[in-house]
Ligand binder design. Structure first.
Ligand code: SAM
Length: 213
């Protein structure tokens, strides 16, 4: 899987000084190096653009790498990204990086536990046409249910790290909590009556689910 990913990155992604700046800023702050891979980021941009999404909800901002990739997919300056992030300090860095990338007016951050903020967005009757789930893995299924309450018909819901570094495909006897959580999530999205889903094995794996009309 690592070799295939390296091949994809080499052939299909280019050097990107804006995103490299985000990675450096994360390292400088001593934050974890767990942004999406360049190829996953490129896929996010393409999906937002092809879907013509105008209201994107991200769960898990870190330093703004995936936020920039999502915002790059907007087909017009009216596109809006709402991003939920637990850590105030991370959201501040992400806001600064989105501003440097030219998307400062198109992003807003809600800090604190994402589950609480999903509830607030539902109470405000907010609607979104694209979701990106990339926060604490144990809550993925809860996040999926929260996103479904906020989803326009036909919305896309994308979730990262669903391959758990390839371990989801290992012998079922050799398992960790993380692997089990991702296997269970994959089963839920694959069999959900409201979703049409597929797993795309780039980066650490992304599920892409379309909310049925
Ligand atoms: N999507 C980011 C990117 O690619 O640039 C990376 C996100 S990182 C893998 C996961 C993020 O989720 C971290 O910034 C972490 O603080 C945040 N997070 C963890 N638990 C959370 C929670 N309960 N609510 C909101 N955010 C949470």
């Amino acid at each position: 899987m690592k070799k295939i990913n390296q091949y994809i990155e080499t052939v299909f992604t280019e050097q990107d000084s804006v995103l490299e700046g985000v990675i450096s800023s994360i390292e400088e702050k001593g934050m974890p190096s767990i942004s999406v891979s360049p190829s996953s980021g490129k896929l996010l941009t393409m999906l937002v653009s092809v879907a013509g999404a105008k209201n994107v909800l991200e769960i898990g901002a870190l330093g703004g790498y995936s936020g920039i990739c999502l915002a790059r997919g907007f087909n017009s300056p009216e596109g809006q990204l709402t991003s939920l992030e637990l850590e105030e300090q991370y959201a501040e860095l992400a806001q600064s990086n989105l501003t440097k990338a030219g998307f400062g007016e198109q992003v807003s951050y809600m800090t604190g536990a994402a589950l609480e903020n999903l509830g607030k967005l539902a109470a405000e009757n907010r609607k979104f046409d694209f979701f990106f789930i990339d926060a604490d893995k144990v809550n993925y299924e809860n996040y999926l249910n929260g996103c479904l309450k906020l989803a326009e018909p036909g919305a896309l819901i994308v979730a990262d790290n669903v391959l758990a570094r390839g371990t989801v495909a290992d012998d079922a006897a050799e398992t960790s909590r993380h692997t089990e959580v991702m296997r269970a999530f994959n089963q839920v999205v694959a069999n959900h009556p409201q979703l049409e889903s597929l797993l795309i094995p780039i980066g650490d794996g992304l599920t892409v689910s379309k909310v049925k009309n």
